[in-house]
Design a protein around this ligand. Structure first.
Ligand code: SF4
Ligand code: SF4
Ligand code: FES
Length: 648
């Protein structure tokens, strides 16, 4: 018996797998059936009835969102009967609705507006005054609820239940008094709250950061990738008058984000216009920073390097995990051309970012039968990836094993498990190596390293690791403390804050010769620099990054930078010109990046060099809105720092 069935929608025949919902079958032949409560990631709820259709042989109208197709089914979505039924549903939904479209943030992209236009009667028989409800209910640090606009489709409630597995939002009261609220009355707070503003088909749930900021048709939209963590969710960045006013999901991004964003990725854009941003190169003279031109900055840096040319091993560079692939590639190319192998992307606790031959895709995580988690919490390091883990566990029955010890983890795993995912934070090398060796024989092992820097895997692939006798970060710091480092460049890293021993890093930088730091803000590390260079941030530049699964992701500039900062690539080009070192062309860089990104499967698990005696520690439990970096300068996420919680 065939697993396909034929169904005819508005005269168009379509063949779909048995069990397909009618609403999805209609989409295949571009016949739109309106929906409110249905959403393809949440499934049917059968609450709103706007999806009524006429099916031949059935006396009553049926809801398309919860009807499975049957072979030979003939469906009419626009017959007189179906249209009348739908018009009645729209009219009923509009009875309590305030119709404040002129001041509603959803105006112009609201399903209620659109369906009222497309399917409504255009008149109302309502004579009584409308029901009044609270208009601006503060639901929590990120979201405002307009109770009058809610059509109680329960998408938000089901998102919390089915996707986040949190169940904070509920429907309270009954009948015309029903409202959305948190079950306990506590503020609505988890790492994914912003998604409900996109799921809400009307203007009931809005983001505090976007309220009354713009109409959708006044926005300049750019599709790019989020660089706030190593997942790299696809993301829309909406700009008005030169400011980011909101970011949105890319609904079709099934491979990486699954159509979601976390609140860090969604809301951490307030720092772009922070008054604290560095905008002018700063040179330390007599213990104080003075402003210099870019030309002077490159000359000063090149002179310091020329003075060290006879001893290139006294020169080093650290960075890449917060740069693009292209920048990381050019960084190592330039410093290798100068003659040093002292190169490293690592400036925090993490020691390895590339999992090697068993590297899994993000979507494959869903199919794991058991998930072994070693080290830091993936919910803090890679939130949207953590949603895949929740999907594997709660929908597909995967087991989670927290591993501090490889033998104990193997005992807990038992025999006969074929699909295992290892999720490690790349910090404790001995544990990571032991787990990998023990799990290696499992037919479908997939490994993931949840990095503390977004492009850590890219930096590793681009060659920002020491070789041929070069020193790693902590080797360079040890040399610096002995007076053996004449010049050190740190691009987008803050070891004084993030290294396990920040005091030792500070001491090393204090004793190093000419220290160059490229940064967005005056960080703890920048304070110790000789030369501090203002850098562009992610939405201000183009290129690629590599996420934790090895996907090469495009970055597209969405926003003009303030006057002054340069992209790290432009900074490296400026230095190469001052030094007289020729860099590869843009095409050559592009080819090299693509080749190196493909080669990451050859990386040997655990085959990383690191200074002896360096003790890695697991990341602290709550790190997503860590007070450092961009979050520290972002009013959008101020209320989310420290107090943020994940309810699993
Ligand atoms: S707030 Fe929005 S998503 Fe939630 S039930 Fe109301 S209309 Fe639906
Ligand atoms: S999970 Fe990471 S990449 Fe995705 S939205 Fe959040 S911070 Fe951005
Ligand atoms: S979309 Fe079908 S009942 Fe709501």
């Amino acid at each position: 018996m065939s697993d396909l069935v034929k169904v005819t929608v508005d005269g168009v025949e379509v063949e779909v797998p048995k069990g397909t919902l009618l609403v999805e079958a209609a989409r295949k032949v571009q016949q739109e059936i309106p929906v409110y409560c249905y959403h393809h990631k949440l499934g049917p709820a059968g609450l709103c009835r706007v999806c009524l259709v006429e099916i031949e042989g059935m006396p009553k109208l049926q809801i398309a969102c919860n009807t499975q197709v049957a072979d030979g089914m003939v469906v009419h979505t626009r017959s007189v009967k179906a249209s009348k039924g739908r018009a009645m549903v729209v009219e009923l939904l509009l009875v309590p609705h305030p119709l404040d479209c002129p001041i509603c943030d959803k105006g112009g992209e609201c399903d209620l507006q659109d369906y009222a236009m497309a399917y409504g009667r255009g008149v109302s028989d309502l004579a009584d005054p409308k029901l009044r409800k609270p208009k601006a209910v503060d639901l929590g640090p990120t979201i405002v609820l307009d109770e009058e606009r809610c059509i109680v489709c329960q998408r938000c409630v089901r998102f919390d239940d089915i996707i986040v597995r949190d169940k904070q939002l509920v429907v309270k009261d009954r009948g015309h008094r029903d409202i959305i609220a948190t079950a306990t009355g506590a503020p609505y707070r988890h790492y994914f709250t912003g998604n409900v503003t996109e799921l809400c088909p009307v203007g009931a749930l809005t983001s505090k950061t976007y309220r009354f900021k713009s109409r959708p048709w006044d926005l300049n939209r750019t599709e790019t990738s989020c660089t706030q963590c190593a997942v790299g969710c696809r993301q829309m960045v909406d700009v008005r008058y030169g400011n980011v006013v909101r970011t949105m999901t890319v609904a079709e991004d099934d491979a990486i984000s699954d159509g979601w964003l976390c609140d860090r990725g969604r809301y951490n854009f307030g720092f772009y216009r922070s008054g604290d941003r560095l905008v002018q190169p700063l040179y330390k003279s007599g213990g104080r920073f003075v402003q210099v031109t870019w030309e002077d900055a490159f000359d000063l840096w090149a002179s310091a390097l020329r003075e060290a040319a006879n001893a290139p091993s006294s020169v080093g560079a650290i960075g890449g995990g917060r740069l693009t692939n292209e920048e990381a590639y050019v960084l190592q190319y330039l410093f290798r051309a100068f003659g040093t192998q002292n190169l490293d992307w690592r400036a925090g606790r993490q020691r390895q970012a590339t999992p090697g031959a068993h590297s899994g895709t993000i979507a494959e995580m869903e199919r794991a039968q058991a998930i072994v988690i070693a080290g830091g919490d993936p919910g803090e390091l890679a939130p949207v990836f953590d949603l895949r883990i929740r999907k594997a566990v709660f929908r597909n029955g995967a087991r989670v094993i927290h591993a501090n010890d490889a033998d104990a983890a193997m005992r807990e795993l038992g025999d006969g498990v074929e699909r295992v995912a290892l999720v490690w934070d790349g910090v404790d090398l001995d544990l990571g190596r032991a787990l990998h060796e023990r799990l290696n024989g499992i037919p479908n092992l997939r490994t993931y390293i949840v990095s503390e820097q977004p492009n850590a895997r890219g930096a590793e692939a681009m060659g920002m690791l020491p070789c041929d006798g070069g020193k790693d970060t902590f080797g360079m710091f040890a040399d610096a403390r002995e007076g053996g480092i004449a010049s050190l460049a740190l691009l987008g890293v803050n070891p004084v804050r993030n290294a396990p021993d920040g005091g030792a890093a500070a001491q090393a930088l204090g004793r190093a010769g000419f220290v160059v730091v490229s940064e967005l803000f005056m960080t703890e590390t920048a304070e110790l620099g000789t030369l501090v260079l203002p850098a562009k941030a992610a939405y201000e530049k183009s290129g690629t990054t590599t996420n934790l699964a090895g996907d090469l992701l495009p970055l597209k500039a969405a926003l003009a930078a303030p006057e002054g900062p340069l992209a790290d690539l432009e900074i490296l080009i400026g230095l190469s010109l001052a030094l007289g070192i020729e860099l590869p062309t843009a095409e050559e860089v592009e080819t090299a990046v693509a080749q190196r990104a493909r080669q990451t499967e050859d990386f040997n698990f655990g085959d990383v060099r690191f200074a002896p005696g360096y003790g890695g520690h697991t990341l602290s439990p709550k790190t997503l809105f860590d007070g450092g970096g961009t979050c520290a300068h972002d009013p959008n996420v101020a209320a989310l720092r420290q107090t943020a919680e994940v309810h699993a």
